[in-house]
Write a protein that binds this ligand. Structure first.
Ligand SMILES: CC(=O)N[C@H](C=O)[C@@H](O)[C@H](O)[C@H](O)COP(=O)(O)O
Length: 242
């Protein structure tokens, strides 16, 4: 049974998402656990992690609250973040103090509903529930279903939500005005200035993944920018040569 987490301990704090996909150089529970230890050593107040294996290992080695999710793809649904009751149950059993699940209004596998999942988890487990949403409507709906936290995780990742390369600062502000539970800012956060604006807009906590724990993503961002700059210099040289 996971230890109780006190959300106040996460207020104004950083949660580091330690996740890697199959095929990533850093894929594997041992490596993700080392990432979580490094995040703890850097002062993170919580960890977000994917899969029962990674969560169980991190919970055993890192004395921080763990937000557990399980990315699983089902043929009959677009929902892939902890889609079914069994997936949520696996994360609670792995020891996650908080279980994050897709809280969009999209159809779930096997015809399961978010309402049924929340009700059943509340009957059987003491973990907190975090709603990964992409719109204000989904956040309000998740609050009404009894979630403990709403996170902007999926903004920009559903076809009907705001598409941007930046974090959805506006959604954080809208959610904090409309629901009384903690709103976590999550998704595409890359700079301290963005963190400042997110907190100013009412973010309870900030979740950062790729910019801290995905070296290939960080590397690609620099490489792409430098290639752009090189191409621009070449273009200007050609202009001057005319
Ligand atoms: C869209 C989706 O599946 N997001 C996932 C949610 O767990 C993770 O892949 C993200 O890395 C995490 O939300 C943190 O975001 P960022 O890596 O941009 O800091």
């Amino acid at each position: 049974m996971s230890k109780k987490v006190h959300l106040e301990d996460l207020k104004g704090k950083l949660i580091v998402s330690c996740q890697a996909s199959v095929g990533d150089a850093l894929y594997g529970s041992e490596t993700m656990c080392k990432m979580a230890i490094a995040a703890r050593d850097g002062g993170a107040s919580g960890i977000r992690a994917n899969s029962p294996e990674d969560v169980a290992l991190i919970c055993s080695k890192v004395d921080l609250p763990v937000i557990g999710l399980w990315k699983r793809h089902y043929p009959d649904s677009e929902v892939y973040i902890t889609p079914t009751y069994a997936d949520v149950e696996s994360m609670a059993q792995a020891g996650a103090q908080i279980v994050a699940l897709d809280a969009t209004l999209r159809p779930r596998p096997n015809g399961e509903t978010l309402e049924e999942i929340v009700k059943k988890i509340r009957q059987n487990y003491s973990c907190l529930l975090m709603a990964d949403v992409s719109t204000l409507e989904e956040g309000i709906h998740a609050y009404k279903l009894g979630f403990d936290i709403v996170s902007t995780t999926l903004s920009g990742y559903t076809p009907y939500s705001v598409q941007s390369e930046d974090p959805d600062i506006a959604l954080v502000g809208e959610l904090t005005k409309r629901i009384p539970i903690p709103v976590f800012a999550e998704g595409r956060i890359q700079t301290l200035e963005q963190v400042e604006r997110l907190l100013e807009n009412g973010a309870f906590s900030v979740v950062i993944g790729s910019t801290i724990t995905r070296p290939h993503v960080i590397t690609k961002r620099f490489v792409d920018k430098m290639d752009q700059m090189k191409a621009e210099i070449k273009r200007l040289e050609n202009e001057l040569a005319k």
